[in-house]
Design a protein around this ligand. Structure first.
Ligand SMILES: Nc1ncnc2c1ncn2[C@@H]1O[C@H](COP(=O)(O)OP(=O)(O)OP(=O)(O)O)[C@@H](O)[C@H]1O
Length: 233
């Protein structure tokens, strides 16, 4: 089976006027469907940049990024956003739920843009997802009325709205206490066991150890890439 994520000789530099700041250097990487990958490494070394290339939020300066069968470097902005809505669920450190919508409405929103579902089917799926993440009783609450852990679980439900193959999470437990972080991580593990491919940036070494593969980025390069069943220094 072809990899769900393929990066080939990817370079990324941020350009500000005359200044070019190189951030990623010659990254080549394959991630298979069903893997659970933790991206680790020191702050400011390119982890979020790498993640943003996988979701098409950012573009490589050079090289090829192929995700869920599409060559992202060849898509325009409109094609990218359609592709993203259908294929990727994204979870952020600070949840990024819309504050004026209740949890149910937040989860329905991505379906309004992508899925060809009736209003009733969208509401039904949002309720199913709220139940999946243990928030059935909080459907009508605004994000500000629930805890951080509950907001993150709602954000995970939102990421699942269009049933993407791939879930990408940037430091999803970084704003949660240890116990809540464990619960959120357990939810990600469960989703992975159910077949979702997961790529997660984390500073939490304990959580990273629970992923099946750890890729460390140091100074914009792959420092190590370790799988549970195969250790390569
Ligand atoms: N939009 C941008 N414009 C210019 N420079 C940027 C931009 N985004 C990131 N950078 C720079 O790229 C480098 C890598 O940033 P990145 O956010 O990818 O690191 P990181 O490893 O995810 O860090 P952290 O763990 O602190 O989130 C940093 O030096 C950062 O300042």
């Amino acid at each position: 089976m072809p990899p769900i994520i393929k990066l080939k000789n990817v370079y990324k530099a941020y350009v500000n006027g005359q200044l070019s700041q190189p951030v990623l250097f010659d990254i080549s990487l394959d991630i298979g469907a069903g893997e659970f990958v933790a991206i680790v490494g020191p702050s400011g070394n390119g982890k979020s940049t790498l993640l943003n290339l996988l979701t098409g939020i950012d573009r490589p300066s050079q090289g090829e990024v192929t995700v869920c069968g599409s060559s992202l470097h060849q898509l325009n902005e409109e094609q990218l956003s359609l592709w993203r809505g259908a294929n990727v669920g994204i979870v952020f450190q600070f949840f990024q739920l819309l504050p004026s919508l209740n949890l149910l409405q937040n989860i329905i929103l991505p379906m309004d843009f992508a899925a060809k579902k009736s209003r009733r089917q969208r509401v039904e799926r949002a309720r199913y997802l709220l139940d999946l993440v243990g928030l059935s009783d909080q459907a009508q609450q605004l994000p500000s009325q629930v805890s951080g852990g509950q907001q993150q679980r709602a954000a995970i439900a939102r990421a699942l709205a269009n049933d993407p193959q791939l879930i990408v999470a940037d430091e999803p437990t970084g704003n949660l206490d240890a116990e809540t972080a464990d619960a959120v991580f357990a939810l990600f593990s469960r989703l992975n066991r159910q077949g979702k491919t997961l790529v997660m940036v984390t500073h939490n070494e304990g959580l990273a150890e629970s992923a099946s593969r750890r890729i460390a980025i140091h100074s914009g390069r792959i420092h190590y890439d370790r799988q549970d069943d195969q250790e390569t220094p």
